[in-house]
Design a protein. Structure first.
Ligand code: OFO
Length: 244
C-alpha cells in the first residue's frame, strides 16, 4: 500500500484492494503475538480511501495495556487502573468533606461548614477531571463503591486533622501514580498529574494552617467564632479554577 498524497484529511491510495484490513504498520494481520489494531478501508464519495482503526474483540483481556474500548492503542492498563482508583479516592474525599461539613453544621459553626462544603465541591471537580481525562484517552472508567466516612469527632481540630491526614494520604497516592505513569512511559498522564501535584501542595498547606489555627483557639469560643466568620467567606470553585 502506498499513499500518494494527503487530501482533506484522508490519504489517497494507488491500491484498490481493501481486504480484511491492514494493521497499523501497513501489513496484513498475521495472527502472531501480539496482534495489533487493524485498519479498515472505506471509500468516500470522491473516491478517496479512508482508514478507521478496528478493535480486536476480546483481545483487551488477554493483552491488557495495549487495547482499549475505542480500539485505539493509547491507554496503559496499570495507569488506567490507578486512575480509576484515584477517581474513587477523590469521590471519597468529596464524601469525607461533606461529612465534616455536616459535623460543623450540627455544632453551629456554619462558616466551618461552608468551607468544608466548598472543599467537597472541589473534590468532586478533581474526580471529574480524572473521569474526563480517562474518557478522553479512550480508557474505561470504572466507578468503585464508596465506604462511609467518619462522621463524629471530639473537637473541631480533630475533624480538621482528619481532613489534613486525608490530604497527606492523597498526596502520596498522586505521587505514586506519577511514578507509575513515568515508569510506564505514559507521558500524557504524567503531565496531566502535575496539576494534582501542585493542587496537593496547596491543599495540604491550607488544611495544615487551618488545623494549627483552630488548635490555638480551641479553648476560646471567641477565637473559634472569629475563624468561623472568616471561613464563611470562601468563594465557590469555578470551572476555571479546576482547569488552572
Ligand atoms: Fe483532591 O485534593 Fe484533596 O483530597
Amino acid at each position: 500500500m502506498e499513499s500518494t498524497r494527503a487530501f482533506c484529511g484522508l490519504r489517497r491510495s494507488r491500491s484498490t484492494t481493501s481486504g480484511p484490513g491492514l494493521n497499523l504498520f501497513g501489513s496484513e494481520p498475521t495472527g502472531t503475538h501480539p496482534p495489533v489494531p487493524r485498519l479498515v478501508e472505506k471509500k468516500c464519495s470522491r473516491g478517496f480511501s479512508r482508514y478507521t482503526v478496528r478493535p480486536i474483540i476480546g483481545w483487551r483481556k488477554l493483552h491488557t495495556g495495549i487495547e482499549n474500548h475505542k480500539g485505539v492503542n493509547i491507554m496503559n492498563s496499570k495507569v488506567e487502573k490507578a486512575l480509576n482508583e484515584q477517581i474513587h479516592a477523590e469521590f471519597f474525599s468529596f464524601y469525607l468533606y461533606l461529612s465534616v461539613a455536616a459535623y460543623f453544621t450540627a455544632n453551629h459553626l456554619d462558616g466551618f461548614s461552608h468551607w468544608m462544603r466548598i472543599q467537597a465541591q472541589e473534590e468532586l471537580g478533581h474526580a471529574m477531571k480524572l473521569f474526563d481525562y480517562l474518557n478522553e484517552r479512550g480508557g474505561k472508567v470504572e466507578l468503585l463503591a464508596l465506604d462511609s466516612p467518619e462522621s463524629e469527632w471530639p473537637s473541631a481540630s480533630a475533624a480538621i486533622e482528619t481532613a489534613l491526614n486525608h490530604e497527606r494520604f492523597i498526596s502520596q497516592r498522586i505521587n505514586d501514580i506519577v511514578d507509575l505513569a513515568t515508569a510506564e512511559n505514559d507521558h500524557a498522564t504524567t503531565v496531566m498529574l502535575h496539576w494534582y501535584v501542585n493542587e496537593q501542595v496547596e491543599e495540604e498547606a491550607t488544611a495544615d494552617t487551618l488545623f494549627h489555627q483552630v488548635k490555638m483557639v480551641e479553648d476560646s469560643p471567641h477565637g473559634l467564632l472569629m475563624i468561623d466568620r472568616e471561613l464563611a467567606g470562601r468563594p465557590a470553585p469555578t470551572e476555571a479554577s479546576a482547569e488552572a
